[in-house]
Design a protein around this ligand. Structure first.
Ligand SMILES: CC(=O)[C@@H](O)[C@H](O)COP(=O)(O)O
Ligand SMILES: NCC(=O)COP(=O)(O)O
Length: 259
């Protein structure tokens, strides 16, 4: 098949939620969220992601501000703060002004993120919040299911990017549905690009399924990875683990250009 695409490097943003989750089980301050972020940045991660949920089960308000301070020493790296803009997210955005805000339609007590925004139902309340982020010079990414037909609406409310919710892809990995599921994400990403959106992705990505996703999804700007990466780091250490994930991205990005 003749294909050509300009190889570009998909950025890795490490989500440190699960470091905070472990830290919160004692009043000792270890493992340090800041130390985890610093080692991941030193290892080459292009950004740090947090999802400060209203119940503070893992990332707490002080973590958000402490990481903002740390990232001032890493001007080329990005800070991505996730959350529901109808809950506590916007106050963090106003105070911290990260490079990116990822809007996620989670309820306050949700076990984990498990779906994207719905259009047209969510459009009216998202548009002014996206506009406010833009006034604050904060890029907005909308957490979305891989639905090509939803991408134009995401762009119409002002989003800069979408983050494709990748749990269904991860769940299909290693099953007969693997290729068909990847095709769903390819089509959704292409529709997002056609609508003028950039494409992020995340949730349950890991060392097994990452390279194929990067290779198969066009124009992937960023993957945010936390749970599996931090689990791997318990065995390999943060530095080696980040480098292993960067290697998976490189493997996926080495697309072959055929004229
Ligand atoms: C939006 C998303 O898929 C994840 O970034 C989210 O942060 C996971 O939240 P938990 O770490 O609380 O499961
Ligand atoms: N947006 C996805 C993210 O930040 C991390 O998700 P996961 O790797 O913890 O599932």
């Amino acid at each position: 098949m003749t294909s050509s695409s300009t190889p570009h490097r998909t950025a890795l943003s490490v989500n440190v939620n699960k470091v905070a989750l472990l830290r919160n089980t004692r009043h000792l301050g270890i493992p340090s969220v800041l130390r985890a972020a610093e080692i991941c940045l030193q290892a080459g991660a292009q950004g740090i992601t947090v999802h400060p949920r209203p119940d503070e089960r893992h990332i707490r308000a002080h973590d958000v501000h402490d990481l903002a301070q740390l990232l001032k020493s890493w001007p080329q790296r990005e800070y991505n703060i996730e959350g529901n803009p109808s809950h506590n997210l916007m106050e963090f955005i106003r105070q911290v002004r990260p490079q990116q805000a990822t809007f996620v339609p989670d309820s306050e007590d949700q076990f984990t993120s498990d779906h994207g925004w719905s259009f047209p139902q969510d459009a009216e309340r998202l548009a002014p919040l996206i506009a406010e982020c833009h006034v604050l010079s904060v890029r907005v990414s909308l957490f979305m299911d891989p639905l090509p037909e939803a991408m134009a609406a995401a762009r119409a409310v002002g989003a800069d990017r979408v983050e494709l919710y990748t749990e269904p892809y991860a769940a299909a990995w290693g099953t007969p549905q693997q290729d068909a599921e990847l095709e769903r994400y390819r089509a959704a990403a292409q529709a997002a690009l056609d609508a003028g959106l950039a494409v992020n992705a995340g949730h349950d990505l890991n060392q097994d399924n990452l390279a194929a996703f990067v290779r198969g999804v066009p124009g992937l700007q960023e993957v945010s990875i936390g749970h599996a990466l931090i689990a791997d780091a318990l065995e390999l250490g943060y530095h080696a683990t980040v480098q292993a994930y960067l290697a998976c991205i490189s493997e996926g990005c080495n697309v072959h250009i055929q004229d």
